[in-house]
Design a protein around this ligand. Sequence first.
Ligand code: AMP
Ligand code: MG
Length: 418
Amino acid sequence: MAQLSDDCFAFGGPMMSVDEAVDLITARVNAIADLETAALVEADGRVLARDVAAPLPLPPFTNSAVDGYAVRNADLPQGTEHALPLDGRIQAGGLAQAPIKPGHTARIFTGAPMPPGAETVFMQEDVRIDDAGKIVLPPGLKPGANVRPAGEDIPQGHIALRAGQRLRPQHIALAAAFGLTSFDVVRRIRVAVFSTGDELASPGEPRTASQLFDSNRFMLMAMLRRLGCEVSDLGILRDERTSLATGLKQVAGGHDLILTTGGVSTGEEDHVKAAVESIGSLVLWRMAIKPGRPVAMGIIDGTPLIGLPGNPVASFVTFVHVVRPTVLALAGALPEPLLPVPVRAAFTYRKKEGRREYVRVFLRKGQDGALEVTKFPREGAGLLSSLVETAGLVELGETVMGVEPGQSVGFLSYASLI
Ligand code: AMP
Ligand code: MG
């Protein structure tokens, strides 16, 4: 399991900036070293454990990029069109029987290997066939046109994929193009997930008049799965220090990360802090982020624990900024910084300096065709509808004090976050 030294999340100030928190996580979390093999069809979303060097060049042989007629450069028409007799026909998957004869052209199809000696291909749309059956080639084509040289995409031996890459469909395509059948990947990060709160009931179970159904646990588990984690659903822990401590301690050994939601504020019924302190160590880590300020990070028997706030929107936003980089670091994945895209604000907003805020926004095309964002009308961190109805978050940095219509702001779509 991942080992963390007890002081590794110690920090100086009372409120840590989001960037400081992410830097700390990525610098101090030890990556899991256990590897396994993933077949191509199973590899989407996994983290590559070793560099992949190209075992063959891509394309593997020089071939035609179009359907047309191949010639030697010495036979390219100069100044005026030129009729050449046909010599040979090469289709994709075929091979020329002999080098192309000087003064001739060969019928060739997209993806077919160039006949030896031929260096340029005319597109079939650019030629005509005369009454004698000769191919009339126009002047002015550049030598080497419409040919894909061997290795032009990737030369043999080139490091084509880096260890730490989170595999997406295009990376899988590349491995397949190399003829590989599997990848060496980091084993899935094992995450234990708990909700905390006496007011919570699990969907499918009875709910008393003062309870609400637990939604965060299912959101967090879905987000973790998107990050490639193996998730243990450990249900709901009651708001009571001893049972919280027992529940957390039980899972510490068998997981790489423990994730809880709720109970991390400073209210009398927020017991996560005390529970963690009783069985491990905790640095209560108030992050300068809205929504989400209370976030706890601790270590129990060497296993990191992250305690997210209970309000669903706060839970979502802090997951993205704290859990996501932690999981990526545990898996040894290359950092994937979130890069907001500039869009035009079509709303007014006031904010406090010194903390980062995320505003839930709708995305639309303005009258001039430019993308603009409008704010969800309400602000509560408990409004699940705000996450469901909007397209993403506008990031307002620590030094920003407000937004005026027409201003450029950074937009993060939900799809880019997770
Ligand atoms: P807490 O952080 O425990 O003080 O909870 C803050 C708010 O979030 C309260 O209104 C809780 O009822 C709500 N809440 C806490 N946990 C969950 C959960 N797992 N699903 C939905 N709402 C929750
Ligand atoms: Mg609670």
